[in-house]
Ligand binder design. Structure first.
Ligand SMILES: [Fe+2]
Length: 345
């Protein structure tokens, strides 16, 4: 089948498969290319397909056109279906130029070279094919990342809407909190990555409320202590739901801590000061401001002035001092307003 039996010397190098029924030519090409690539050989189309299955994937396949049995175009057209990322190069005589052009136009062949091809030209062409393959891989990865991002955005917005659908008083809350939290984060010079994490955490910060009976969320009047305990489990439940996300992406931790307070009086862990991550301290302030400005089943909106008074009064005790200062500055000096602000605030 192949004289190398898939013994890859260096997995970081590109694998090149040479297919030709001329054994002497194959040997000279192997000597030429082996310093730069992992080189495999096959003497006909069937053997090449076997090598592809056993030793693939290959970065480049170079095939002679005229071979006994399956010809080079048939071989490369099959490879284009089974291994579309493999760059396919055809070696052809002058008499078969039209067939090579047709195969190129059909997408079976990336490039064709006419025989006799000087070794140095072939070496440069294979190097160019490897670069082309790397470019294709990068483009594919980028596309895949973009698709993941779109998918993630849809999932995040879907879950965000799911929580809010169970509690009419929460409508738009997570979006408004996110917007305010991001405005604060930007003023605090957070990095793009930190802001993106904060954005996702903001949109999902109350996801744990899916665990809370809808009746608790919409009932007018204050909850009994045991009911309040259930409601107060939502940061922990949110953490449990999202804790399997990438550790470098601490969305779950931020959500778990968004009801913690600087003096340790918050929940669920009673963390204080620097043990609360910065994004959670920001969410806490944005959450309180928006919650106080919103109607609740047990009270009307308390208004923006009261909300700002609340964070100012408890600056440094319950809420992070710098976060409060930035938030107050946004509202009082920068003209910031909450989206969908209630009329009576
Ligand atoms: Fe919450």
């Amino acid at each position: 089948m192949t004289d190398l039996q898939c013994n890859t010397v260096d997995a970081t190098r590109d694998k090149v498969l040479l297919v030709d029924d001329d054994q002497n030519l194959l040997e000279s090409l192997v000597r030429l290319l082996r310093p730069e690539h992992e080189v495999f050989t096959a003497r006909n189309g069937d053997e090449a397909l076997g090598v592809l299955v056993a030793c693939g994937p290959f970065t480049v396949v170079v095939s002679d056109l005229k071979m006994p049995g399956m010809d080079g175009i048939e071989l490369l057209s099959r490879i284009s279906r089974t291994s579309p990322d493999t760059v396919r190069v055809l070696l052809t005589g002058h008499a078969d130029l039209q067939a090579a052009i047709d195969a190129t136009n059909l997408g079976y062949v990336y490039r064709f070279l006419t025989k006799p091809c000087p070794p140095e030209v072939l070496r440069l062409e294979i190097a160019a094919a490897c670069r082309h393959a790397a470019l294709l891989r990068d483009q594919r990865e980028l596309l895949s990342l973009k698709r993941c991002k779109v998918l993630l955005e849809g999932v995040v917005l879907g879950f965000s809407a799911l929580v809010e659908a169970r509690d009419s008083y929460l409508a738009g809350h997570q979006q408004r909190v996110t917007r305010l939290a991001l405005a604060i984060g930007q003023k605090l010079d957070m990095t793009e990555a930190e802001l993106e994490t904060l954005r996702i955490a903001g949109l999902l910060h109350d996801i744990g409320k899916v665990y809370v009976p809808a009746d608790f969320l919409s009932r007018p009047g204050l909850l009994r202590q045991e009911e309040l305990s259930v409601v107060q489990m939502h940061p922990e439940v949110g953490y449990e739901i999202l804790k399997h996300l990438d550790q470098d992406w601490p969305v779950a931790v931020i959500i778990r801590q968004h009801h913690e307070r600087m003096d340790g009086s918050g929940y669920p862990q009673g963390l204080s000061g620097r043990f609360i991550v910065q994004s959670a301290r920001i969410l806490a302030v944005a959450d309180v401001v928006d919650a106080m400005c919103s109607h609740r089943p047990y009270r009307q909106s308390l208004g923006l002035a009261s909300a700002l008074e609340e964070i100012e009064k408890n600056k440094g005790r319950l809420y992070d001092e710098r976060v409060v200062d930035v938030c107050l500055d946004l509202f009082r000096n920068q003209g910031y307003s909450l989206a969908e602000q209630p009329e009576n605030t």
